[in-house]
Design a protein around this ligand. Structure first.
Ligand code: NAD
Length: 392
């Protein structure tokens, strides 16, 4: 089948198997080029491991730390006349590369919020891993089915308290325009916390601890975002921000729970990058396009894999100094949040329009990264060729 990108709003509903393989290979090559990361644990469980920050974390764990990994994700396999989702291809490809290196690399495609997947993972750890040393929680999901009540919760990206009017970009039409988003009601806030807050992370850690599959010294971390003031109404002060506050609170609870295992739970605050999750947030893609332009000019730009490689190599590996902020978080957004960068971003934000979009921001870079998420725009791939829908 010849596969071309089919973009519907902020998602691309097709994915290219060869392109996804190239995209994973690009990340694998980057990490291997940086050399081995010493002093890191050897058995990782990554929840939300098929795209974005979770995928990059898994690649750094396997290819940089030479660790065995289990990846959990929720992706659509290929059908007769329809390619799989990008994450499905990514995971398959990464398993193959890691196994070529002699590593254990196991993937489970299923709903991480369910009890069944938790039990499946526990059985897999017992059978093949013994115990795990690190659990990375990198889920981004629009909904969650509560495993106890079967109730469905949906997350929303809305401001709280008052409606928000601000700039955003229509990525398909390349148009900068104003949007107004009405504030969330109480039930929407609570549902977003249910989906993107810490409850499921704690359920995972409780289940793994009860099953005695966590090593002494277990580390677990989850990813968060803070960002600059221009994004606060929709992010930090919005429904997703409330969920992230809950995630942070939960990290402290999990840390206490893990004290008998000399374990620790913490939050890593990452920088804004193009992922399937971030492209769905109003305002944020326009900010990312501006941020990329400034950070590239200053030689500080990082994509997902570069950011995760720096986390493992410079903040967690041996010889590195793990610095926590006053709230006990690791700040990988340190370069993004630099005063000079934010000052410039603010200035560009006030002047950006449809007409000057390409000039004052790196919208082209944004679009290239977006297409890459689905395996498009990679230089070694012939997009006019017929490709089998399964990855070889
Ligand atoms: P993403 O959309 O690329 O990845 C989400 C992952 O979760 C995928 O592997 C997907 O398969 C998995 N997933 C979703 N629902 C699932 C389910 N029910 N069961 C199993 N797996 C499921 O998202 P991302 O941007 O990499 O986000 C990961 C984390 O990083 C989130 O906590 C996000 O808030 C955080 N973060 C993202 C950014 C950014 O700019 N993208 C910045 C800072 C922090």
């Amino acid at each position: 089948m010849v596969i071309k990108p089919k973009i519907r709003g902020f998602v691309c509903v097709t994915a290219h198997p060869e392109g996804c393989r190239e995209h994973v290979l690009e990340q694998v090559t980057y990490v291997k080029k940086q050399g081995h990361i010493s002093g890191m644990p050897k058995k990782f469980l990554i929840i939300g491991s098929s795209t974005g920050y979770g995928l990059s974390s898994r690649i750094v764990a396997a290819m940089g730390c030479h660790a065995d990994t289990i990846g959990i994700f929720f992706e659509r396999p290929e059908e007769e006349d329809r390619p799989a989702s990008a994450g499905f291809y990514n995971a398959k490809v990464l398993d193959a590369y890691a196994r070529q290196e002699g590593l254990l690399s196991e993937s489970i495609n299923g709903d991480a919020f369910s009890d069944a997947v938790k039990q499946q993972v526990i059985a897999l750890i017992r059978e093949k891993f013994g115990k795990v040393d690190v659990v990375i929680y990198s889920l981004a999901s629009p909904k969650r089915i509560d495993p106890k009540t079967a109730e469905v919760y949906r997350s929303v990206l809305k401001p709280i308290g008052a409606s928000f009017t601000g700039k955003t970009v229509h990525t398909d039409k390349k148009e900068v325009h104003e949007i107004t988003i009405d504030p969330a009601n109480e039930s929407e806030i609570q549902e977003t916390i249910k989906v993107m807050g810490g409850e499921d992370w704690k359920l995972w850690m409780d289940a793994l601890r009860e099953a005695d599959v966590l090593s002494d010294g277990i580390q677990t971390w989850a990813y968060s975002y803070i960002g600059p003031e221009i994004t606060w109404p929709i992010y930090a002060h919005g429904t997703i921000g409330k969920a992230k506050e809950d995630l942070e609170r939960t990290s402290r609870v999990i840390s206490d729970d893990l004290s008998d295992l000399h374990g620790k739970a913490f939050i890593v605050v990452n920088k804004a990058v193009v992922t399937q999750a971030s492209s769905a947030i109003p305002v944020v893609p326009l900010y990312i396009a501006i941020l990329f332009k400034i950070m590239k000019q200053k030689g500080l730009h990082e994509n997902c894999i570069q950011q995760m490689d720096r986390l493992f190599r410079e903040r967690l590996g041996s010889g590195s100094q793990t610095l926590y902020d006053s709230e006990g978080r690791i700040r990988m957004d340190d370069w993004e949040m630099r005063l000079d960068i934010q000052e410039e971003a603010k200035n560009i934000w006030s002047e950006i329009t449809t007409e000057n979009l390409e000039k004052v921001s790196d919208f082209t870079g944004y679009q290239q990264d977006f297409l890459k998420l689905f395996g498009f725009g990679l230089s070694h791939v012939n997009y006019d060729a017929d490709v089998p829908l399964g990855v070889v």
